[in-house]
Design a protein around this ligand. Structure first.
Ligand code: TIU
Length: 251
């Protein structure tokens, strides 16, 4: 049979439509246009704010990066996290890392780059990017609270090799506010995965960070270009304005 037949496969789109909501929906001023926050359908996703990426001596630094570039993200992200908690929003934290036996670490990923320490090697914060180690966990400032979801992911994207899609679908989530590090790697991969799965995605420009200023700028531009090819971009002030606004209810 012609292999092209595969293109006729059908998929079930499980995301409910946002049109014809009867309740007023807060809207964030964003690029390339307004981003809706349908009540109860929005989750905050905080990607890989782990010690190994942010603290000196961790995996990020072993890759040759200046980790101080990421520290600027922490204060605005703390404010967004606090506001999302107050608003009762679903909160998802992710962590990139691997099983202690490294059985979920593809050799290609293990070999990649020229780090002075590789994934699984002992580092200053325990074994690099290994689950259960101090360095693999989230920085003190953004530690999850009880009831918040923590997704351990083996890849750069948050959907690959995880049950994130099932969790979001079950909770009725249609829209994601994405934050974390790094803009051009795990944030971008997650945004693209989410976009292909039918989620509406808003990226907060001052709550995502890159080791490279030019990647930060271009990475954000790429998301909102072409009419929002992967999603929307706004700064945290635009979101906080809406989360702080008094709730409007249908008369
Ligand atoms: N190296 C780099 O920029 N990022 C990663 O390896 N992982 C994440 O982005 N989390």
């Amino acid at each position: 049979m012609n292999q092209l037949i595969r293109s006729e496969q059908t998929f079930t789109v499980r995301r409910p439509t946002l049109i014809n909501e009867s309740v007023p929906v807060p809207v964030v001023e964003a690029e390339p246009g307004p981003f809706s926050l349908p009540p109860g359908r929005v989750a905050l996703v905080i990607i890989d704010m782990q010690r190994d990426f942010l603290l000196p001596g961790g995996f990020g630094e072993t890759l040759g990066n200046d980790v101080s570039q990421l520290a600027v993200v922490v204060p605005p992200l703390q404010r967004v996290l606090a506001a999302a908690r107050s608003a009762g929003m679903m909160i998802i934290h992710t962590r990139e890392g691997h099983r202690p036996d490294l059985s979920d670490l593809p050799p290609a990923k293990h070999r990649r780059g020229k780090p002075s320490l590789r994934i699984g090697d002992p580092g200053p914060y325990g074994r690099i990017l290994v689950r259960g180690e101090y360095g693999h966990d989230i920085i003190d400032e953004l530690q999850p609270e009880p009831g918040e979801m923590v997704i351990d992911k083996p890849g750069k994207g948050s959907f690959y090799g995880t049950d994130l899609d099932e969790i979001l679908t079950t909770a009725g989530i249609t829209s994601l506010i994405v934050t974390g590090v790094t803009t051009e790697v795990c944030v971008h991969t997650t945004v693209r995965e989410a976009n292909d799965r039918g989620y509406e995605v808003l990226v907060l420009s001052d709550c995502v960070g890159s080791y490279f200023p030019e990647f930060q700028r271009v990475g954000l531009d790429m998301i909102a270009a072409q009419g929002g090819i992967f999603g929307w971009v706004a700064d945290s002030a635009a979101l906080l304005q809406q989360l702080a606004a008094p709730a409007t209810t249908a008369a």
